[in-house]
Design a protein around this ligand. Structure first.
Ligand SMILES: C[S@@+](CC[C@H](N)C(=O)[O-])C[C@H]1O[C@@H](n2cnc3c(N)ncnc32)[C@H](O)[C@@H]1O
Length: 268
């Protein structure tokens, strides 16, 4: 491709980024550019727009196109007990230590919770450990559509594939081709819309679970986010990240590795 053509394309995409930030508060520049641009280009071409500026104008007139864009940029893929052996570590080690460390209430946050599988996994584990009554669970995501699905609590069997059989039988009921999550546990979770990159965080968390979203962010955005998470944990609190999201040099955030993919805030 010629240099001039590339420059025009860059300007078109940069203009699109600016417009999206003005209308939604989401800064696409915080996300890895190659991946994001590829996904959005595929969507734009699928709808027959030759430029991002034409695509943006169309989105502003067509709500369903706008929602399709949001869906494509957020990537809501999730499942219960994602990477099961990490959840076993959470259950058998991390939660045992946190609940034995003197906190009268466990303050837990599932950040970028998508359609609810992650906070509901937390709720089931807490219920099994008889810790649910002494815990609060906040679950947040940037995507209102995902949060609405989370609150609905209906799932296809494929997202339950890693749930231990006895637990699935206890907390899900079959509803046609779908599975409905237990209403009593559902009530224990507070869902809220939140942009991790721009909004303020609550503090004094015992446990923050933030998995499979950091991979989409630029190094700079990730760095700021780790700082914000560390500031939001109580000393001794734990950050649980996704299985491709190891933090290199956690000490720079005042964290130390407690188990693979678990980082504990250093107590002074
Ligand atoms: C791949 S899902 C991960 C879901 C779940 N944590 C898991 O590991 O299964 C990524 C989620 O991050 C959310 N997300 C993307 N950018 C975000 C942001 N800036 N703030 C909050 N959530 C964001 C998306 O809406 C999506 O639901």
């Amino acid at each position: 491709m010629k240099a001039k053509e590339l420059e025009v394309q860059d300007k078109d995409y940069i203009g699109f980024i600016r417009n999206i930030e003005l209308t939604t508060g989401i800064n696409l520049a915080d996300y890895k550019e190659t991946q994001m641009k590829r996904r959005l280009t595929t969507l734009r071409l699928k709808h027959g727009y030759s430029t991002f500026s034409a695509f943006y104008e169309a989105m502003m007139k067509d709500r369903s196109l706008f929602h399709e864009f949001l869906d494509r940029m957020t990537i809501n893929v999730s499942e219960f007990w994602r990477n099961p052996n990490r959840w076993e570590v959470l259950r058998d080690k991390i939660l045992t230590e946190l609940s034995g460390s003197g906190s009268t209430r466990l303050k837990i946050w599932s950040a970028a919770c998508s359609t609810g599988e992650e906070p509901y996994t937390i709720a089931m584990i807490l219920a099994e450990k008889k810790l649910l009554g002494m815990s609060s669970i906040l679950a947040t995501d940037i995507d209102e559509g995902a949060l609405a699905k989370a609150k609905q609590g209906l799932y296809l069997d494929r997202s339950l594939k890693d749930v231990p059989k006895d637990i699935a039988a206890k907390y899900f009921t079959e509803e046609g081709p779908m599975y409905r999550f237990d209403e009593r546990l559902k009530k224990e979770i507070r869902f809220e819309k939140q942009n991790l990159l721009t909004d303020r965080f609550d503090t004094a968390f015992d446990l923050i679970v933030c998995r499979n979203v950091m991979i989409y962010f630029t190094e700079e955005a990730k760095h700021k986010l780790y700082q914000k998470f560390a500031a939001s944990l109580r000393p001794g609190g734990v950050l649980f990240v996704g299985s491709t999201e190891q933090i290199f040099n956690p000490a720079q955030y005042g964290l130390e590795t407690s188990e693979t993919f678990f980082y504990q805030k250093i107590q002074s």
